[in-house]
Design a protein around this ligand. Structure first.
Ligand code: KIV
Ligand code: NA
Length: 272
């Protein structure tokens, strides 16, 4: 199976919609891959939906690499993108390149993602010079929630919108191959999508982006602590899991599991 490449993603702009989902482990990567999704993001959202933290600041490089390795073992077709965690790229350009490189070298991902606009341009340029494909991320960048004062829609006033558009153009010029736009008004996302030659991948950014991304636990209904407005739940697996596991518990308790078909017998005639 031929893998989706970075040039495939950039070439899709204006021709077809791109799809991206998160995954954090091997089985989920298999399911996402088999669904024909273009890109798998090993998001630092794993801090919240897999590890139970309140925000994404809690995870570092070691956790991210641990999960990236599991995902790349399962993804044969999708382009795998490692999400650079808080403090892995903000401190210095050198650290940023070394950490980004670990996602490719150790994690076997094909690209990395980082958050921010003007303030990360030196990092983006240095990574791209090192041969590391970079996806940008603007709007509600969750590693900055302390500055935003919570998970809030960004770019609502004219000045903030203008900054987003300038940041998007600058990231594109610095060499990003695509750009995630999170929780911004759809009209602003449409303007950014027109303004840059690289694909925009929206989450809570309306229908005019070049592609869409969601957190897989949100899509499948596996995380219900809160469900943002921009999420569409295509399944509610959480309650179905509880139902299945409750049946298992009841059958063990009332003696109907394991049955003869699940048990081994000394007389081979009874073994299937
Ligand atoms: O960590 C994540 O899952 C993300 C996506 C929501 C874009 O950054
Ligand atoms: Na993220």
């Amino acid at each position: 199976m031929k893998r989706v490449t970075v040039p495939d993603v950039t070439a899709a702009k204006g021709r077809r919609k791109l799809t991206m989902l998160t995954a954090y482990d091997y089985p989920t990567a298999l399911w996402v891959d088999r669904s024909g999704i273009d890109m798998i993001l090993v998001g630092d959202s794993l801090a919240m939906v897999v590890l139970g933290h309140d925000d994404t600041l809690a995870v570092g490089m070691e956790e991210m690499l641990h999960h990236t390795k599991a995902v790349t073992r399962g993804a044969a077709r999708a382009l795998v993108i490692g999400d650079m965690p808080f403090l892995s790229y903000q401190v210095s350009v050198e650290q940023a390149v070394l950490n980004a490189g670990r996602f490719l070298k150790e994690g076997r991902a094909q690209a990395v993602k980082l958050e921010g606009g003007a303030r990360v341009l030196p990092q983006v340029r240095a990574m791209v010079s090192a041969g590391i494909p970079v996806q940008g991320h603007l709007g509600l960048t969750p590693q900055s929630i302390a500055q935003f004062g919570g998970f809030k829609v960004q770019g609502k006033d004219a000045e903030a919108a203008q900054t987003l558009i300038e940041d998007a153009i600058a990231l594109s010029e610095a060499g990003c191959f695509s750009l995630v736009l999170e929780a911004i008004p759809e009209a602003i996302a449409a303007r950014i999508t027109e303004a840059v030659p690289i694909p925009t991948i929206g989450i809570g950014a309306g229908p005019h982006c070049d592609g869409q991304v969601l957190v897989v636990h949100d899509v499948l209904g596996l995380f219900d602590r809160f469900v943002p407005r921009f999420v569409k739940q295509y399944e509610t697996l959480g309650p179905r899991i509880v139902e299945a596991l409750t049946r298992y518990r009841e059958e063990v308790e009332n003696g109907t599991f394991p049955g003869p078909e699940h048990s081994f017998h000394t007389n081979p005639i009874h073994n299937p």
